[in-house]
Design a protein around this ligand. Structure first.
Ligand SMILES: [Zn+2]
Length: 277
């Protein structure tokens, strides 16, 4: 197993490359065609004459918008929900990310949203030759089409943005344009991931670790949910709840990256609580 680490750089994901005797699977491409080319060349060096496969953890630009570099000779595999999400929201996310600064816009220059060769429903297994890669999905959580990749033989789990390490959970809660994120389901999915008993967890962003990385991510989401519910039930406004929890969560995890996502998470849980009442 090989990981191209994110180096702690925002909008750079951890990219995985795993090989069996006959096949090499790439998990995520990085953002844009040039990064995709770098990942592909790296994968081909490791693959030698094995067949190269590509899959994505989800449709977000920094994870999958280098897929066009994996054109000829590579077999691409996504789950159906992810493909549908790419079709529905891919172009809008491309425009959104281009507003994140000139460096990002430069990487996204020339992006083409390409579709996979193979599409599966629910879950799939990829036989790489003496090694199976399980492609597992539980539906809506961080996105509508999240997928993890699990290698049972080495108990390695690639989680995409379902799990971040030393980094706050990324809630793409952008009403009214995109509300396809569900904190309750997300917590339930993390419990499923814990049941896989992984020994090596490769998060979407942040340092690699063991199962404790998933536990920390789940405990954060559970605390964010219970605190949001407490404030909602006490009559706090959405803005007041977001402001208060932004402070308290930063204080709890002063060394975690991307605290700006706390606010989005509170708002997502707040609206969910309002829907229950
Ligand atoms: Zn994401």
């Amino acid at each position: 197993m090989h990981v191209i680490p994110d180096g702690g750089v925002p909008l750079v994901p951890n990219v995985g490359i795993v090989s069996g005797s006959r096949g090499t699977l790439v998990v995520d491409t990085g953002m844009g065609p040039r990064n995709g080319q770098v990942v592909r060349r790296h994968a081909e060096r490791l693959a030698g004459n094995r067949q190269v496969f590509l899959t994505l953890t989800h449709f977000h630009p920094e994870h999958g918008y280098g897929a066009q570099a994996f054109d000829q000779g590579v077999v691409t595999v996504y789950n159906r929900a992810q493909l549908e999400e790419l079709r529905q929201k891919g172009a809008a996310y491309l425009e959104l990310f281009k507003t994140f600064g000139s460096g990002v816009a430069e990487q996204l220059d020339g992006v083409e949203l390409v579709e996979p060769e193979l599409v599966y429903d629910a879950s799939a297994e990829l036989d790489l030759g003496g090694r199976t890669a399980q492609l597992l999905s539980w539906g809506l959580a961080h996105t509508a089409g999240d997928q993890v990749v699990f290698l049972p033989d080495r108990r390695v789990l690639f989680t995409g943005d379902l799990v971040e390490s030393e980094c706050f959970a990324i809630f793409p809660w952008f009403p009214p344009d995109d509300v396809d994120v569900d904190g309750d389901r997300w917590i339930a999915v993390l419990e499923e991931l814990e049941r896989l008993e992984p020994e090596i967890v490769v998060p979407g962003h942040g340092p690699l670790g063991g199962a404790e990385v998933i536990v920390a991510a789940r405990e954060y989401l559970q605390l964010l949910r219970s605190e949001t519910r407490r404030l909602f039930d006490a009559g706090a406004s959405e803005d007041d709840a977001a402001a208060e929890l932004d402070l308290s969560m930063r204080a709890l995890h002063p060394d975690w990256a991307q605290p700006e996502w706390i606010d989005f998470g509170v708002r997502c849980f707040y609206v969910a609580r309002a829907g229950e009442r």
